[in-house]
Ligand binder design. Structure first.
Ligand code: CA
Ligand code: CA
Length: 174
């Protein structure tokens, strides 16, 4: 059973920008096979996954909920610089550094739960823990690398998308 989750357009764009990005159909069958194989070995990773990897304090390739809570507190301290709220501009600056770009999810509105244009420490941690719970599909309280990556579909499969169809089913939205 193939499972598609995640992914923002920005993540796909970032992937496209790297040297081993999505293939173009080659002129020769051999080239097409080679590029197709590389494409099938590619995977998506979200900005949230970057945080969860960072939160793995004991470096056991598994991020527990406790590590995530501690990591969210530490990240709040870095993002806020001691302020009690994040303005949109400050959030975008943090997102650019921590998530890989201002257009990488999770987006600001996923954090600003009361939509008052400011993000409090409580909102910040809650949004990150919400992401943790959504990624933790088997509900064992731990995220491992396979919980955070998605393989691209085989573009040449019978039901596969065209080569430029980079986005699969959207993640659950808040
Ligand atoms: Ca760990
Ligand atoms: Ca708010």
């Amino acid at each position: 059973m193939r499972r598609f989750v995640l992914l923002s357009l920005a993540a796909a764009a970032a992937l496209a920008a790297c040297s081993s990005g999505p293939p173009r159909r080659g002129d020769r069958d051999g080239e097409d096979d080679r590029v197709g194989a590389a494409y099938r070995q590619s995977a998506f990773l979200t900005g949230a996954a970057l945080l969860f990897v960072q939160f793995d304090a004991d470096r056991d390739y598994a991020t527990s909920r406790a590590e995530t809570e501690a990591g969210a507190r530490a990240e709040w301290a870095r993002a806020s610089g001691g302020a009690d709220k994040l303005t949109p501009i400050v959030f975008e600056q943090w997102a650019a550094r921590a998530l890989g770009g201002p257009q990488m999810g999770p987006y600001r509105l996923a954090f600003d739960s009361n939509v008052d244009n400011e993000i409090t420490a409580t909102e910040f941690s809650a949004a990150i823990l919400d992401k943790f719970d959504r990624y933790d599909t088997d509900k064992d309280g731990v995220l491992r690398r396979p919980d955070m990556t998605e393989r691209l579909p085989d573009r040449r499969g019978p039901a596969g998308p065209p080569a430029d169809a980079r986005v699969q089913k959207a993640p659950p939205r808040r």
